[in-house]
Design a protein around this ligand. Sequence first.
Ligand code: MG
Length: 390
Amino acid sequence: MKITEVTALPISVGGNYAALANAYEWAVIIVLIKTDEGLTGIGEASLAGQGRGVLGILDHFGEMLVGQDPDRIEHWWSEMVRGTFWSNGQVIMSAAAGIDMALWDLKGKALGVPVWSLLGGPTREKVRVYVHLKGQTADELIEDALARKEAGYTALRYGPMAAFEHEPLTHWDPQKSIRETIKGTERIREAVGEEIDLLIDAHTMYTPAEAAYLGHALEPFRLFFYEDPIRPLNPNSLKLVRDKVNLPIATGEQFAHKWEFQPIIEQELVDYLRIDLVHAGGITEGKKILAMGEAHGQRSALHHASSPVNGVACLHLDLAIPNFGIQEWMELEPLYELFPNAPRANAGYVTPLSGPGFGLEFDEAEARKRPSRDARLPQRYWLDGAHADY
Ligand code: MG
């Protein structure tokens, strides 16, 4: 079998993320690899706000791959990642991820088996997911939390309070946010009861000292994990938080590859590995990072905030790994219109499609009607107008 075509489809579906009203159009990049045997593999290479850079890299990779054998996934991964000579960031690793996922899908389709079977076979029957609560205030979050609990979800995630209440995001006051997040979390825990797992994503907004103070104060409310307390690239800063907070820590969605995960895995500064398969080299790299974490008692919590292509790639990997923790889950309705059989959560779990490959249907003709040039991500500012982490 030979690759005949590598196509990148930048798609915009409109719609807004609940926490960022009107700020940002949802854009994704779908990668299609076609072969001389009539098979098509699908992958995703979205990188919000930097999509045109990814498209440029995909153009390089497509030129390299046309005429080649798609069976050699590990080899082409090395050609894309090691073959550049450069140390690679998320623009290159997102492009590599799109190709990698499409090659796994293609291999499954060629052999007539699901991707989870190629990855070692199922270690579980279904995948436990957590969902994002809608709302900014404790009252709004409690209302949605009770509705989700009623629908069968047992793991609920929300962000820091007083962090998204002004649009545009020009009112960042970390002390107010810390105060309200502590008071709000106490109320949410009381409202949902002890049986529900609560997850807070601090979204890298705090300094190490602020994050340590907040995390310590949240300990009585027993979080499932405390996510991205700080920007995670400096392991020393993460150690400061780690040493002062008795809660499981989750991080990694900003990392591009195993070498960025390596120090926090080896120094045991993390409990849940938040790999984004779309930004960190795809399934091939995700499986290796999780194997590194397995040796340190760390579990998976794959990041998912994009199309059903990433959703199904996560599910196939979740189903096959031994150290699964939990799966982030989003069903962005405008994107689901392009993927008629995309899986949906039911009573807190998702069952992966049975394949072959990812088993995912894609309406390419409809997708081509919705081209995108991608948009800048929302920016966050202090009260004095200076840029703040987000
Ligand atoms: Mg996050």
